[in-house]
Design a protein around this ligand. Structure first.
Ligand code: GLU
Length: 496
């Protein structure tokens, strides 16, 4: 590890939709590799396909990466000396390089109409033979070209792929990959509107941004031989390539979808990073968990802090086979991260989510609840269910809920009235004092303590499951606790 390393990697998403788990894993591995090597992590937005452009994708990408703590050294909103970092701002560069290949005789303008290409495909389908462009325009005469130009036809630019031989490269994870050139099409580099295709833009940018390692998803593996030919055509050295295995869904049978999917019991699986944030996952838990989807340090260890991951991450430990994404394991890991947070930290993280849930909570009371609920949270959003009773004017419950087992309405009414009376004069209204008072009443109630406290719990929280009772009452405060007990007595009248 050296700070003078010239390792430069990039994450190069296309803004076609919300930022999802697969993209985040690729970004994370690039980030960890760059940090481990003391190199640079570049963010580049590949936005040349205007038909698939999604306006919310970029803000969603940037905020999600920041939330996860995958910070880029060069890219949008930061800049850098290899910019611009949006491909749509680099069109002139791609046009220039396409022309360079034409001048070298390694690319050519193609004037074939969409109709001709369609009928070509149709014919090929019928014959079941080789598919692809028939290279009709590869050897046009100057006269033919002038003719097409005079007709005002705007050409595309295609790569003149060698007709024979083979193309190989060494993938860092997959080993040597070889394809026969005759299987490769004369791919389009520049479209007729002057926009580059992905292939041209990615090669030009990886070269001109001095990228040393291309770490990306497996779905790009079949494109790489084309890129090898382009690097050759330009006379450029090719970066090292590593294609990461896909992520499988929890069943391990299919690919994890970028879109919404449902489990067998109809639950929606989260896929977008902003959903994990909104559902109360901690960024450090997702960061840790994602690192393990396709990488492992050893057979046992699962919990790694950011700095440890940076120190230990190594592409040689990336798995060659796909791994399944286990939501259960992520939830378990998240719960564990929540339990390890300091109380102030946890309260600070809960507050905005509670507010987003429509709960008008304040920091101090949430902080007071934290010791009572921290152990119980798997995700931060679980907290609302536990403590919302403290932030409403009135709680809503069925008075039958007050009647546990043998308890009659009349008996319950007497007991809750006694509680109200005892708590009303308690000073100070602290957890210890409340416990002493209520335990005293429980003993003389003729009920089991659990039954007695169960009725009090429903009276003050409206729920059978709530944070530990004495603490909850203390936080709720004397006035409201007493008022709720009296209200329970009033509700019981209907059952007498
Ligand atoms: N723009 C491509 C994508 O959206 C990037 C592929 C690559 O990393 O080369 O995934």
């Amino acid at each position: 590890m050296t700070s003078t390393s010239s390792v430069r990697v990039r994450f190069a998403p296309s803004p076609t939709g919300y930022f999802h788990l697969g993209g985040a894993r690729t970004a994370l591995y690039n980030y960890l590799f760059a940090r481990h090597e003391g190199g640079k992590f570049i963010l580049r937005v590949e936005d040349t396909d205007r038909t698939r452009y999604h306006p919310e994708a970029i803000p969603d990408l940037l905020s999600s990466l920041r939330w996860l703590g995958i910070w880029w050294d060069e890219g949008p909103e930061i800049g850098g000396s290899y910019g611009p970092y949006y491909q749509s701002d680099r069109l002139a560069l791609y046009q220039e390089y396409a022309q360079q290949l034409i001048d070298k005789g390694l690319a050519y303008r193609c004037y074939c109409s969409a109709a001709r290409l369609a009928s070509l495909r149709e014919g090929q389908r019928g014959q079941g033979g080789a598919a692809g462009y028939d290279r009709h325009c590869r050897h046009l005469t100057a006269g033919q070209i002038a003719d097409y130009e005079a007709q005002g036809i705007r050409p595309v630019v295609r790569l003149a792929v060698p007709l024979e031989g083979e193309t190989s490269f060494d993938d860092l994870l997959r080993g040597r990959i070889t394809v026969q050139n005759e299987q490769l099409d004369d791919l389009v580099l520049l479209k007729s509107d002057g926009f580059p295709t992905y292939h041209l833009a990615v090669v030009v940018d990886d070269h001109s941004m001095a990228i040393t390692h291309v770490i990306r998803g497996d779905e790009w593996l079949s494109s790489t031989p084309k890129h090898v030919l382009m690097y050759d055509a330009f006379g450029w050295e090719m970066p090292v390539h590593a294609h990461l295995p896909v992520i499988l869904d929890p069943s391990g049978k299919g690919k994890l979808s970028k879109r919404k999917k449902k489990t067998a019991d109809g639950q929606e699986l989260l896929t977008y990073i902003h959903e994990f944030r909104d559902e109360g996952y901690l960024p450090e838990a997702l960061f840790n968990f994602l690192a393990l989807v396709g990488w492992s340090y050893d057979a046992e260890r699962e919990f790694f802090g950011r700095d440890e991951l940076i120190r230990l991450f190594d592409l040689s430990r990336v798995s060659k086979s796909p791994g399944a994404f286990s939501y259960d394991k992520l939830e378990y890991m998240n719960g564990s991260y929540i339990r390890s947070l300091g109380q102030n930290d946890l309260a600070g993280r809960l507050l905005p989510l509670l507010k987003a849930d429509g709960i008008d909570a304040d920091f101090d009371s949430v902080l007071a609840f934290v010791p009572h609920i921290q152990e119980r949270l798997k995700v931060l959003t679980d907290a609302a269910e536990w403590i919302d009773f403290a932030y409403v004017e009135e709680i809503d419950y069925d008075p039958q809920e007050l009647l546990q087992k043998k308890l009659t309405p009349a008996h319950a009414s007497t007991l809750l009235a006694a509680c109200a009376a005892a708590l009303a004069v308690l000073a100070p209204f602290g957890e210890g004092e409340i416990e002493a008072a209520l335990r005293g009443l429980a003993e003389t109630s003729g009920l089991k303590a659990r039954e007695f406290f169960g009725a009090v719990r429903v009276a003050v929280t409206g729920k059978r499951v709530a944070p530990p009772l004495f603490g909850a009452l203390a936080i709720l405060g004397q006035q409201r606790s007493v008022a709720r007990l009296r209200e329970a007595v009033r509700r019981l009248e209907a059952l007498l």
